[in-house]
Ligand binder design. Structure first.
Ligand SMILES: [Zn+2]
Length: 75
């Protein structure tokens, strides 16, 4: 039975911007090299220094990943 696994391509992740971007959450300009949280599915980033959306999103994602692990069960 195939295990449900996290899709490598779809997982959001931290990155340092290779070029200037815009925070999806608050619209702030994100400088090149700024730390941001990237969502491959939506192809957008949220910033950390501007509104803290990155930390929030990362926390939410980790929480849901944790739930996922609990629900799928390893016993
Ligand atoms: Zn922001």
């Amino acid at each position: 039975m195939p295990r449900r696994r996290r899709q490598r391509g779809g997982d959001p992740y931290w990155l340092n911007l290779k070029f200037a971007g815009t925070c999806k959450k608050c619209g702030a300009k994100l400088a090149k090299g700024a730390r941001a949280f990237y969502f491959p599915n939506g192809k957008y980033v949220v910033g950390s220094d501007c509104c803290g959306a990155a930390e929030k999103a990362a926390g939410d994602f980790n929480a849901s990943a944790f739930d996922d692990a609990m629900m799928s069960g390893s016993w």
